[in-house]
Design a protein around this ligand. Sequence first.
Ligand SMILES: [Zn+2]
Length: 304
Amino acid sequence: MDRRRFLYASAAFTLSGSLTHLGATGIPSPISGGRIVRNHVGVYTNRGGTMAYYLPDGAEGGVVVDTQFPEQATAFLHEVMPGRRRLDLLINTHHHGDHTGGNGIIAPLADRYVSHDRAKTNLTVANSSRGDELPLPLPSTTFADDWSVSLPDGREIVTARHFGPAHTGGDAVIHFENANVVHLGDLLFNRRFPYIDPAAGGNMIHWIRVLRRIRKTYDRDTVFVFGHAAESYAVTGDRDDVRSFQHYLEALHAYVRRERRRGTTLAALKAKTVTIPGAPEWRYGERLRDVNLEVMWAEVGGEG
Ligand SMILES: [Zn+2]
């Protein structure tokens, strides 16, 4: 363990050890942070992108997908995996800070840390602008198309797949095969205007194709985990939710193309748009609505 790795690990356990969860009565409240989805696969929501995990019964090891921020990653260790000190695997769905900010806490516990090739590149770029903050650790293993591992407990297989540019250029879809739970990362914003990152290789029109491929790759029984959801909407769902989000992006594409052809300016389009015609359920997170219009406008312009 090099010094930086050691410092991260020490910080994790110092913070973890000092956290206490006291309810109104002053009695420690029961462990409550995670929610099991199926088998031993659970989700954790605190602040930032939804985390997923697999923790085998009565054995060390396990898998964590994404890490939110340092404070939330520390709370996760305390609430969801108290007493555990080792993981088989950390995987990031992509490089954004609300999914990787806690990597410095969790990566030192994991035998392997995996991401898509482009996510590592994106993380390296992000590290160069962290100023005085410690750089985030970088993945030990990366892949271009897919990557798979059978976990040492023999009860779960984890497969990561890349379906091409969408939310970023380095999105990975993580499948816990036996549980049939799939973490989509930010490939699905449930009933929220999505964030899109063209500078990191994202592409909104290709995102539609990616969702189509995802619906074909997984099945009716698959439970999907979403990076983000509008308030009062779930962070898990099924193939119909993937279809609904695909429909939102298709509606946005058709709308922007139609308005451009009519001669509407981007400024006028932004001024008059409240929801995208045909996709009224996407009305939360309106801070990002203009960005959706701008990015789609640029991409439609590139279609000629
Ligand atoms: Zn993201």
